[in-house]
Design a protein around this ligand. Sequence first.
Ligand code: NAD
Ligand code: GLY
Length: 371
Amino acid sequence: MTCEETRVAVDLGERSYDIRIQAGLIDRAGSLLRPLMRSPRAFILTDDNVAPLYLDRLTRSATEAGIAAQSLVLPHGEGTKDFAHLEQVIDALLAARVERSTLLIALGGGVIGDLAGFAAAILQRGIDFAQIPTTLLAQVDSSVGGKTGINTARGKNLVGAFHQPRLVLADTQTLDSLPRREVLAGYAEVVKYGVIDDPAFFEWLEGNAEALIKGDDAARRHAIAQCCRAKARIVAADEREGGQRALLNLGHTFGHALEAETGYGDEMLHGEAVAIGTVMAMRLSVRMGLAPAADADRLERHLVGLGLPVRLPGNRVWTADRLIHHMAGDKKVKDGRVTFVLARGIGASFLTPDVPLDALAAMLSDFTNTG
Ligand code: NAD
Ligand code: GLY
């Protein structure tokens, strides 16, 4: 196995930071983080799946670098990204008497990263934090760009803050322990970057996705770096989502509606919802005469070939009306209108609020079993 490192810079002036991508980084995390720390104290937040696999190694590398590290292990799953667990995290940090100079380290997937980032954003009006993402989804998307937050009963990510990490350490080796279903769910966010504005990357994925999913390190590093470069470029141009950053929400307006309907649990993972949502965005674009049907077919073929869902599961009753109702509660609604990410084809996505309700309802009816 090759252990080369790839680095991507996120250029945000005084909030700039590096994303380092390499197998085995956790064992060097302490020495990589220490120069960025304002005091030799850290607090690690992780979940009960990740802790038995990687917490000891991270704590050991912190100790070796002279960092005193405490930790809190939360239950795994999307349900942890809520007010109750945020309160638990804040209370644990205050009980440990963390100071503003303490570094909060998120060790885990997007759930831990979003929750830890938000806790870091609001504790003592903001402490430093670092991301050690351990899922494919977190390595290509959620650990980068500074969006942090939690869900509420009324929807996903409705409470949060922009708070950039000081460093992102993507240890590709951690993906070896990730269940295949989770790897595939993360892959939905990988393919997203190709569909947004990089047809050459989409083509590369058509040839290399299988190797990437099976764990080929060079393929993994290439894909993660390509996604992080794309995200870094978009975030550097539009950190607080005044415009183009919303392109990164491709498939998410639909995906969030599917997650709201299925209850944010194991029934449908975030990435699975995004996969179906991305196909929905493409099918809507076709229905509106914007994109060729051949591109929607090509996307579907690629996702199906890897084993990702592209249709709604038949185990529950879906209605277009309910999905539209969920979309209206999404945070991307502006002046009462939903901003959609549509595409003129693979690699040519754009933002628009102009989607006729009848086209939306008709596209959704093609996916639902009840019209
Ligand atoms: P997750 O954090 O729930 O991780 C998925 C599962 O994998 C969990 O059960 C976790 O315990 C387990 N796990 C994590 N790393 C592992 C490893 N190396 N080996 C074995 N098991 C491991 O979910 P996720 O898919 O990483 O993230 C989804 C979340 O990310 C959602 O809440 C979504 O809203 C958020 N998100 C945020 C952004 C952003 O910009 N902030 C972007 C995309 C998604
Ligand atoms: N995942 C969307 C964003 O970071 O903007």
